[in-house]
Design a protein around this ligand. Structure first.
Ligand code: FES
Ligand code: FES
Length: 163
C-alpha cells in the first residue's frame, strides 16, 4: 500500500506516493533521480547517504520517506551555488581530498555543517564531527585538511567574527 507524502526537496515542492518501507535515499535516487546521494552500508553507519533534513545532517538510508512528510530535504545537488560548498569543493580539490569520490557527497554535507556550525573547530573537533562519515579507501588526512583550509580562510577573512 502506497502512502501520499508532501515534502520540499531542494526548494521544490514534491508530492508522491511511496511504500512505507521506502527509505529516503531510495526515494531521492529512484523517484527524483537525485543520484548525488550515494548508498554504502544502508544501515546508518557509513554516512555516504548524508543529506540535510530540516537543516541538519541526517542519514537518508535510515530515514523513511514517509517519515519525511512535510520536511525540508536538501541533497548535494542543492548546493551547487552555495558559497560554503564552493569553498569546500575548491579545498577538497587543493588538498587531494577527492579520493574515491564515493563518500564525497556525504563528506561535503558534514563538512558544510562543521564550517557553518563550528567556525572555531580545531583538527580534533573536525575528526570527531567526521566520525560518522567513513572513508573506506584511503584516509582522512586530505579531507580534514580541506575543512581546516576553509575554516582558516574564513577566520582570516573575518577575524572579528571569531572574537
Ligand atoms: S548508506 Fe546510509 S549510513 Fe551508510
Ligand atoms: S575518499 Fe571516499 S571512501 Fe575514501
Amino acid at each position: 500500500m502506497s502512502i501520499p507524502i508532501e515534502l520540499t526537496v531542494n526548494g521544490r515542492a514534491v508530492h508522491a506516493l511511496v511504500e512505507p518501507r521506502t527509505h529516503l535515499a531510495d526515494f531521492l535516487r529512484e523517484h527524483l533521480n537525485l543520484t548525488g546521494t550515494n548508498l554504502g552500508c544502508e544501515q546508518g553507519v557509513c554516512g555516504a547517504c548524508t543529506v540535510m533534513i530540516e537543516g541538519a545532517p541526517a542519514r537518508a538510508c535510515i530515514a523513511f520517506a514517509v517519515g519525511c512528510d512535510g520536511a525540508d530535504v536538501r541533497t548535494v545537488e542543492y548546493f551547487d551555488d552555495d558559497v560554503v560548498m564552493q569553498e569546500l569543493r575548491a579545498a577538497f580539490s587543493a588538498e587531494h581530498a577527492l579520493q574515491c569520490g564515493y563518500c564525497t557527497p556525504g563528506m561535503l554535507a558534514t563538512a558544510r555543517d562543521i564550517v557553518t556550525r563550528l567556525p572555531d573547530a580545531d583538527e580534533a573537533r573536525i575528526r570527531h564531527e567526521l566520525a560518522g562519515n567513513l572513508c573506506r579507501c584511503t584516509g582522512y588526512v586530505g579531507i580534514v585538511r580541506a575543512i581546516q583550509r576553509v575554516l582558516q580562510a574564513r577566520r582570516e577573512a573575518s577575524p572579528m567574527a571569531m572574537a
